[in-house]
Design a protein around this ligand. Sequence first.
Ligand SMILES: [Zn+2]
Length: 228
Amino acid sequence: MNTLNKLTPGENISATARVLNKPESQTVRDKKLIKLKVGDSANIANLVAWAPMHKKILKLNLDKGDLVEIKLGSCPKSHKTTNRPPTITVNPNTILKKISLKNFPSVEECMGIKFLDELEDYRYASARVFISSIYNTVVYFCEKCKKFSEKMCDCGNFPDAIFSISGIFSDGTRTIPFTTLTEDVAEKMTNSKKPGAEKINVKILMEHPFTLFGYLRNEHFYVEDVVE
Ligand SMILES: [Zn+2]
């Protein structure tokens, strides 16, 4: 058995992990999937099972706090070149088992705040940070050209604004660039709704610390949730 810090894109992993939230069903491009977060003292990962593999998770009736033994889960090869979060995919060879063990980190311990200088690539963590600069609060993505653009794209199109905060933050051990992953996170961080995104007084964001949950990829922190 490995620990979750051995998770490497393109390789299999076998590990015992704590279930950190209730499994959620989703439908992506007409395909059913079940997703939940699992963790240990070293890392956190999304455990993802696409139909029909989702039955392997359903069968276990997992709940927050349970322990699950994962044998031969796979870490997507495509994550080698994309900035996707730590993920274990359930494949036909994967064996999942609910187990009980003494002395395994609790949900709170798995989700605990970590120092950024201890955070390696392809790791999830909560960090307590101060923002030192903001690059932007809005980005534009031109659907016609399929690329990020200025407010007016080179093609003359005015793409819809996407509420996204990016900048630089530090927890005292390391200073790194960050980006919010969804508009929900940007709203939570700024206490503003999307229509006000372009007029946010960014100085207010630098006045108090944030506890942010996210993952490190290529020296960049991707914010998935605002804890505090
Ligand atoms: Zn364009």
